[in-house]
Design a protein around this ligand. Structure first.
Ligand code: ZN
Ligand code: ZN
Length: 259
């Protein structure tokens, strides 16, 4: 753990820890005690990041990542996810915390942008209001609607335990089950999982095959038109395509990649 002395000097981080602490207290005093212990020991593990993602505590996540307090690519304790990163992204996605998602997907995209993170909710509002938004697509094989528009049902298994403090049964964990059901025709969609659908939502994923464009690459197609005056072909327009399936990338993705 490097720069230990500086870890808690950031006022935003302190505010974020306090805000998350309050949320956890309301959720379960047992959880709150565990969280307080971890903060006392300056431990930023998967559990801390899980709740930071759930409650949109951007500062906490950025602090853990930028100070290498956690290896996001280590195996997740939740068997549904292969890495801590996948798990935390999934939580942020479920709670529609776009900024956390994009940061975890590519920390460089938002690095050193953690000064105004207490207004992260506003950032999400702004993103939602953009007209030129990347819209993922997955067609239900039964009714042919885009499930991202018609909706899809994901089931979860929740585990409850009795809380001595609250004298009631409290949810201690939740995991997502694989089958996805189309809201439009009510049929189970074979060959897709909630995780795969989430991958399709990432701005850097191909909207057709879902592969990560940053890994597989894109193809730059240049249209040349014949110009009578100069008796030459001149560059007319360029378009960018997924190198795996040739699907044209959207204007929003073009902007995102600075093409
Ligand atoms: Zn359907
Ligand atoms: Zn593709």
């Amino acid at each position: 753990m490097k720069s230990e002395d500086n870890n808690f000097t950031n006022a935003n981080l302190d505010d974020a820890i306090e805000a998350l602490s309050k949320n956890l207290y309301l959720e379960s005093p047992d959880l709150w005690i565990e969280f307080q212990d971890k903060m006392g020991d300056k431990v930023f593990d998967e559990m801390v990041l899980f709740f930071a993602a759930k409650y949109n505590s951007f500062s906490i996540i950025a602090h853990a990542v930028e100070n290498n307090l956690i290896n996001l690519d280590s195996p997740s304790r939740n068997k549904s996810y292969s890495t801590v990163r996948d798990h935390i992204i999934s939580v942020a996605k479920k709670n529609k915390h776009t900024r956390v998602c994009e940061y975890l997907t590519d920390p460089n995209s938002l690095i050193s942008d953690s000064s105004d993170n207490t207004s992260a909710e506003n950032t999400i509002e702004e993103e939602v209001n953009q007209t030129d938004v990347f819209i993922p697509k997955f067609t239900c094989p039964t009714c042919n609607t885009n499930v991202f528009e018609s909706g899809y049902i994901v089931s979860t298994n929740s585990i409850y335990k009795f809380s001595k403090n609250e004298k009631t049964s409290k949810k201690i964990s939740q995991e997502t089950l694989d089958p996805v059901v189309c809201c439009n025709c009510n049929s189970t969609i074979k060959g897709i999982t909630p995780e795969k659908l989430e991958n399709l939502c990432h701005v850097h994923s191909c909207s057709k095959c879902g592969l990560d464009l940053k890994t597989i690459g894109i193809i730059d197609k240049l249209k040349m038109e014949y110009d009578k005056g100069s008796d030459k072909f001149i560059k007319k327009s360029a378009s960018y395509h997924c190198s795996n399936c040739d699907n044209k990338i959207s204007d929003y993705q073009k902007e995102y990649f600075n093409l």
